[in-house]
Design a protein around this ligand. Sequence first.
Ligand code: PHB
Length: 395
Amino acid sequence: MTTRRLVLTRSAAVIGAASTGLLLPEIARSQSNKIRVGFMLPYTGTFAALGINIEAGFRMALDEQGGKLGGRDVEFFKVDDESDPPKGVENANKLVQRDKVDVLVGTVHSGVQMGIHRVARESGVLNLIPNAGVHAATRAMCAPNVFRTSFSNSQPTMALGKPMMDKGLKKAVWITWKYAAGDEAFEGFKESYTKAGGTIVKELGLPFPNVEFQALLTEIAALRPDAVACFFAGGGAPKFMRDYAAAGLKGRIPLYGSGFLTEGVLEAAGPAADGVMTTLHYSDSLDTKRNQDFRRKFAITNKLQPDVYAVQGYDSGLLLAQAMTAVKGDFANKKALYGAMEGATIDSPRGKWTMSKSHNPIQDMYLRVAEKGENKVLGIAAKQLADSGAGCRMG
Ligand code: PHB
């Protein structure tokens, strides 16, 4: 067959396919009435359990709306971001360009979030952040189409300094993974602890997701501070608490942390977690009907225990569902949709919260102590705490 004949044959085949409807799915998709939701979350690695609970929480919120958003059906897409920052832009584009999602729900890791952020700002696609606390997303680089339903990295630790000083713990060592989440959690700790009169005697760190804590724990033992404060999360957190106990520090030097330290990991940490004090915008033991109902339903539906990540995913779903109801499913009316999100009050299992001008939750921070597999609430460490939103200019 000559090249020309081959081309003609192929064209005829394409026309034939179109006329018989074989190419229609492509056309139908672009005119579909469905809202396309893409999850970009970690499903493997240190933060895998976090991604799984976020997605389960989000889906639960939609299930409560009969699986619809403002009366429209929903179609889901998924990408495993592996908490790998260099692949952030490419992975976000798989959802935005390839799958043409209307909403990108992601992610957990602050470094990966910056990749999503670039794509969200360039494409204008709505991005709901169900965890990553990176400051830039709701401060200097805030954007009209980016909303966070979780926290800013310094929010939990802004509530940590005072309770430590109230216990007379005047000299502390800080330890974390050295990346945006750890560094920005330190900013909050430094501000609250030094303001309350404390002194930070040493800042220690190791690269994410390294869990070789031994040398650093030896250094802490030699420094003999009054307390240790930290940021660790996911698979690294129970390992840190177990190593801390094994190094003989538990019971001698009180351990404090941004509350992620004891989220979703108490079983894995075992007795090593008992007595660890943390501050966070949620606690499993919050004694409200809203929280207990949520926990029961989540556990039954997913055969998983809910934690702060499940709540944050759920709240992303609530936020979108409420706004879509407000605009009666008219997703194209971005002004009204984003206006509804900005004005929303979310009746969350964590307690009610509202959206700040820079699109970050204004919320209570609880002081908790880990006890026998539970984060027991000791009180509210900071009431309706807002992030500064420094440098945010919308529009
Ligand atoms: C983050 O990278 O922003 C991050 C990751 C896990 C957490 C909290 C923050 O639990």
